[in-house]
Design a protein around this ligand. Sequence first.
Ligand code: SF4
Ligand code: SF4
Ligand code: SF4
Length: 462
Amino acid sequence: MSVEPMPPELFVLRDDEGPILYAPLGRLMARVNDAAADVALTYANDHRAYDAMSPEGKTVVRALSERGFFAPRAYPQHERGFRPTQVTLFPTNNCNLRCSYCYAFGGEGGGNGEPLTRMDLRCAQRAIDLIARNALERRDEGDGTHNFLVSIHGNGEPFCAFDLIQEIVWYGQDVSEQLDIPVVFNAATNGVLTEEQIDFVVANFGSINVSFDGLPAFQDANRPTAGGKGSFEAVDRTMRRLAEAGVGLGVRTTVTDAMVDAMPEIVEFVASNYPGIEQLHFEPVWECGRCKTSSNVMPTSDVFVRRYLESLRVAEERGVRLVFSGARQDVLADTFCKVSSGSFTVTPTGDVTACYEVSYASDPRSERFFFGRYDPEADRFVFDQEKLDELSELCVHNIRFCDDCFCRWHCAGDCAAKVLDGIGVDEHHGSVRCEISRALTLNQIQRKLRWKPQEEGSSTDG
Ligand code: SF4
Ligand code: SF4
Ligand code: SF4
């Protein structure tokens, strides 16, 4: 976080109840009337206007000042300098499912005829060495680091390379013991796991995210096995066992147009069947990968928002945290994900990419997101500093399109792989996701305003 002071950023949002004054950097909010909103904006733009204000106007300015609305705030700044303490490993691009919207053509080589392959164990080991060493140094420097994190993910189903995952986990544990610094493991999976694999997850993983389409019919239709059968039964068994074992369980549901009306029902189903689930993540399908050859289409933003808000009511009743990635009023950031600070993600071929969705050299976007590779001869990673410097510029400070958006420091310009496909940062022109992010962020603000006790006609958060 930068400490450089800056003028306050102030927005007037409107809903059925009237204006809401919102200062995102302080996460301050207040319901005001139109006159107070005008006064606040006038003062924020030029403090010298105060002298000419009416007594009522001055009272408004003083009241808002006391609550911090005009205080200088720091701009969020992503970490510069590539010293990762976390790695995401893609053990394989093979997959036991053939999801109809898979961005990576899992099990089919990215759709470009790339071979099915597995990561070289030495590559995974050197990645772990690197992050563990960084973590140790950073801990000794006192920057707040206290562990290193190994995430298992994939452009396929990682557990299709289960023996490799076991080797990775055992190696990570050895390194942790030798260097006397804790290691944390997490994973994302499609949930079609054997009993042995589930046992291994329960024993070794702190948390796991399962991609699951929420209701048996959707799961079987959208996420069939490679042999063309339904996958619900297998995923259901996995999730029940993980929930029973108390593993931190998150579910990610990709919402297509055909599913959107069932979102509240999905929340109910998931909460009832997998008690203890920590988070349910709804993401509208992005039309890429296999979507181009299947009939999956993205729901319209207004219907997605409506159903999401209905789902939120069910989720609250059932104690489930509901998430959409672009609506995060509680976050202050200048980047949507870690792509700008060189997220250290290693593909099965040993390429280092900053983006989970860009994992093949044949993907034209790899020019932007690939910034290193494992060199098997030298048995070490090499990184391209120039690429890292370019990636560092993929932040909302450089996106003019977002300048006037009240979500600028929350959404932070959205997912670069989606909105900057083939274009420069200066050409960012948003997407249909902006409508969803803004509507759901506004809803988060409204809910906070409702929850807070009203004080002298205003309420703040922060
Ligand atoms: S499980 Fe994941 S990698 Fe496999 S086909 Fe489905 S979305 Fe793609
Ligand atoms: S740019 Fe988008 S797809 Fe890539 S890692 Fe970030 S959020 Fe994921
Ligand atoms: S304009 Fe769109 S991409 Fe930019 S911050 Fe706002 S919602 Fe996000």
